[in-house]
Design a protein around this ligand. Structure first.
Ligand SMILES: *Cc1c(COP(=O)(O)O)cnc(C)c1O
Length: 389
């Protein structure tokens, strides 16, 4: 059975062009770019090219790009460095809907004595800007806010926010892992000090990522070791993966238009069909400011996990809005922060598309979803006479 893969916000297929570019750097050109000999040095040239390609995707200077092992490391590095750069400040700001790579780090910092403002979102997942602006003080060391949400696709107005944080001399980090390759990112227009992207969300391999660090900000390393990355990140470079990341960023730039036309149309088509054909269904997240590839949709009176299991049998890979950590079926912190009603938060599914998806696949999903939801509702104690009770 062919797989219909619509879980691209979790991870993506490595593009053929990326694999092709990486392969020689395992068996053939395996040198260490820090070595004195030409053999190693030639790998360094390809790493340099990759740095340029990553920089180009976000309109940065290559010297502002540091390679890391994952989006999580980029996020942690940025926050850690900001706190070291502002040692006297004890207040930090983030939102209630961040990825665990930021959210859980902030929880640790709170335990260590930092005062944290967790900015609210409204029922559409939009940031409470008034609360955010009021919370910025002379004691605020860093603000970390995601560019786009991984569960709902909601886009935060980073440009507008950074104009305010810059005024108050507060360091600003954005987790742009989901935004990269889906919306235009131009660091020359947006006053972020640091910005994270991750390879495996944009058709590069898992285990490679980048952190943009604005020129002039002296970043203390998180990974302390050798002089790699100009002393900003120790550890021998994951050369093949870095070269893959560079290629993936180049492709992402080329595919940006397609993402915002063809892929957006596929997503909109899937959304329209599901809303039309399945009663008591609703979209989670601001439809106006949303990634072109993401659809989070809730179905009253059913459980996301049950939907996923039934879709799995049809070869459809999606994801639920609820994270079943420790066996308890709690709705995700993102949907809870949005105060999505419990019974539709429970029945929420995330479809996240890529340039590899087709119209036929969207029809296959709709054809599987309609009877699936019907069958689950027939068994649900919360569903009677065509509505939720
Ligand atoms: C996937 C993801 C991360 C983590 O990236 P890894 O490379 O898996 O560590 C961070 N933030 C967001 C928004 C993500 O979607």
């Amino acid at each position: 059975m062919d797989i219909v893969y619509v879980d691209n916000n979790a991870t993506t297929r490595v593009a053929d062009e990326v694999i092709e570019e990486m392969l020689p750097f395992y068996g053939q050109f395996y040198g260490n770019p820090s070595s004195m000999h030409t053999f190693g040095g030639s790998v360094g040239k390809k790493v340099k090219e990759a740095r340029q390609r990553v920089a180009d995707l976000i309109h940065a200077d290559p010297e502002e790009i540091i390679f890391t092992s994952c989006g999580t490391e980029s996020d942690n590095t940025a926050i850690h460095a900001a706190l070291l750069a502002r040692p006297d400040r004890k207040h930090i700001i983030t939102s209630k809907v961040e990825h665990p790579a930021v959210d859980n780090y902030f929880k640790v910092l709170e335990k260590q004595g930092y005062r944290v403002t967790w900015v609210d979102v409204d029922k559409h997942g939009r940031l409470d800007l008034e609360q955010l602006y009021k919370s910025m003080t002379d004691d605020t060391a860093v603000i970390s806010l995601m560019w786009a949400n991984n569960e709902t696709g909601v886009i935060f107005p980073i440009e507008e926010i950074t104009a305010k944080s810059r005024e108050k001399d507060i360091l600003f980090h954005t987790d742009a892992v989901q935004a990269a390759g889906k919306v235009t990112i131009d660091v020359s227009r947006v006053a972020v000090d640091m910005l994270s992207i991750s390879g495996h969300k944009i058709h590069a391999p898992k285990g490679v990522a980048a952190l943009y660090v604005r020129k002039g900000f002296k970043l203390s390393p998180y990974m302390i070791g050798g002089h790699q990355e100009k002393g900003r990140r120790g550890g021998t470079e994951n050369t093949a993966a870095i070269i893959g990341l560079g290629k993936a960023c180049e492709l992402a730039g080329h595919h940006l238009d397609e993402m915002n036309t063809r892929v957006r149309e596929l997503r909109d088509y899937l959304e329209k069909e599901l809303l039309e054909k399945i009663p008591a269904s609703s979209v989670n997240g601001d439809p106006e400011h949303r990634l072109p590839n993401t659809l989070s949709i809730g179905f009253d009176a059913v459980e996301g996990e049950s939907i996923l299991l039934m879709l799995d049998r049809e070869g459809i890979c999606a994801s639920s809005g609820s994270a079943c950590t420790s066996g308890s079926l709690e709705p995700s912190h993102v949907l809870m922060a949005m105060e999505v009603p419990f019974k539709s938060a429970h029945g929420s599914i995330r479809f996240s598309l890529s340039c590899y998806n087709t119209r036929e696949e969207m029809d296959h999903i709709v054809n599987a979803m309609v009877p699936t939801i019907q069958r689950l509702r027939d068994m649900s104690p919360f569903w009677k006479d065509g509505k939720m009770v």
